[in-house]
Design a protein. Structure first.
Length: 164
């Protein structure tokens, strides 16, 4: 995604592009290996797409499954996801103790994470491999402003994974 200073606006632009181009998996026909662009009868709005329960449960395996970019410094809320669960009966206790996960959020890579993973404050395309595992849970995303050799921002890289 071409760089712009407003990460939320970039996210919304990317979502619109992915939806318009049909560059997502559509759970209604449910055919693996095909994208929504292969179906002329695909939904015409994002609201129409997510009105279907199959899409709500399976996702689109794309940026469309994300809801918002977190402001700088706001951490993702994983709730009980980082806790070892040994019994299904623990969920009530764990939810009360750790809270529910806030799915669909995208967290920008922090300066501390960039320094820790890449040894630099401003990451480039050459650093993608070392930051890739920062997206550690399904239904959560990350983004990073990528810079050129002179340290100027050039693009925004969104990644993560969603879907069942």
């Amino acid at each position: 995604m071409e760089y712009q200073p407003d990460l939320e606006a970039a996210f919304e632009t990317l979502q619109a592009k992915v939806f318009t181009e049909g560059d997502y998996w559509w759970a209604v026909p449910g055919e693996w290996g095909k994208s929504a662009r292969d179906y002329p009868n695909r939904p015409r709005t994002i609201d129409e797409l997510f009105a279907d329960e199959r899409v709500q449960e399976s996702g689109t395996h794309s940026i469309l499954d994300m809801r918002r970019v977190l402001p700088d410094g706001e951490p993702q809320k994983f709730g009980w996801l980082d806790v070892a669960v040994t019994s299904p009966f623990e969920f009530d206790r764990l939810s009360a103790e750790y809270g529910e996960p806030e799915y669909g959020t995208i967290a920008p890579v922090t300066t501390a994470e960039a320094l820790d993973r890449a040894g630099v404050e401003k990451v480039t395309r050459d650093h993608l491999e070392v930051i890739d595992d920062l997206a550690k849970h399904r239904w959560f995303g990350r983004c990073a402003v990528l810079h050129d050799a002179a340290g100027m921002p050039t693009e925004i890289y969104f990644w993560g994974w969603s879907g069942d």
